[in-house]
Design a binder for this molecule. Sequence first.
Ligand code: SF4
Length: 303
Amino acid sequence: MISSLYQRADLLRSDAPFEVLFLLTTKCNLRCTFCCEQGTELNREIHQMSQYVRPLVNDLGVTLIDLNGGEPLLRKKADILNLLKIIANQDALASISTNALILDEQYVRELSQYTPIVNVSLHGVNYSTHDKLVRVPGAHDKIIKNIRRLITHDIDVHVTSIVLNENINEMPALAELCYKEGAETFCMNVLFGRGRGKNILHEQHQTVATLLPLRDALRKQYGKSLHIYVNESNVGQCVLVRPNGLLVGAPQNPKCANDGLISIGDVLDKDISEKWNSYAHKENHRTYNREKFARYFGMQDAS
Ligand code: SF4
């Protein structure tokens, strides 16, 4: 299922935020060594979030709503499907950023009615490497199985990895796995350096400078059959919606107050568009989303 919006490259000409992330929970069923969350309790107010969809899409002009976390699928399946349905009814795109661990055949089939894009985190081609990083034995096998299910149900899968010293050598094999399984993209991320990730020493992780030559070599190998990216700072430019309706920007500068997060305004307030327009880091978000848009829509040269 591909929405007509999926084809519209003109969307980025708009001044609106292209994508917002719905922060459904900070809790997770994995315990990744590098996680930028702290794994606190599930936020209770998910049912409220459905009322944010209409103003975000209609008033603010948002195109894509990503269900994010933590692990968003720890929320009740009925709540997730309801939220996805509401997004689809607004003719907006929905994506989910997940570790895919708790999916099964039935869940994937239901998701495929509303969700054209799923971002799956996978950090190694060998189960031992991956499961050591996520600190849950058996996770790798289940995630691979669910990547196959998602692709079989016609959902675009975008695989993302955090690249540390432990898994850098597996990146070429991981790209090959993505290619063979039929993923749309493979994205290598540098460490976010927040939450638990703060404990990882500088010399234990990779930098953009080391990943770019690898990306170029892999691009040469796979051409247009697999889109390969390096994401410098995923945290840096996204815009989040908290369960209480607060629109929060994470501009590129990690030294901003509150761990890099800046409040923009309440989604339900009438003047939210004005508040967005006066958000000082709006251009960071737009630059990031031009890249992300290009990634989702297969325009590799734009990164
Ligand atoms: S990095 Fe993602 S998958 Fe890993 S513990 Fe954190 S939220 Fe979960």
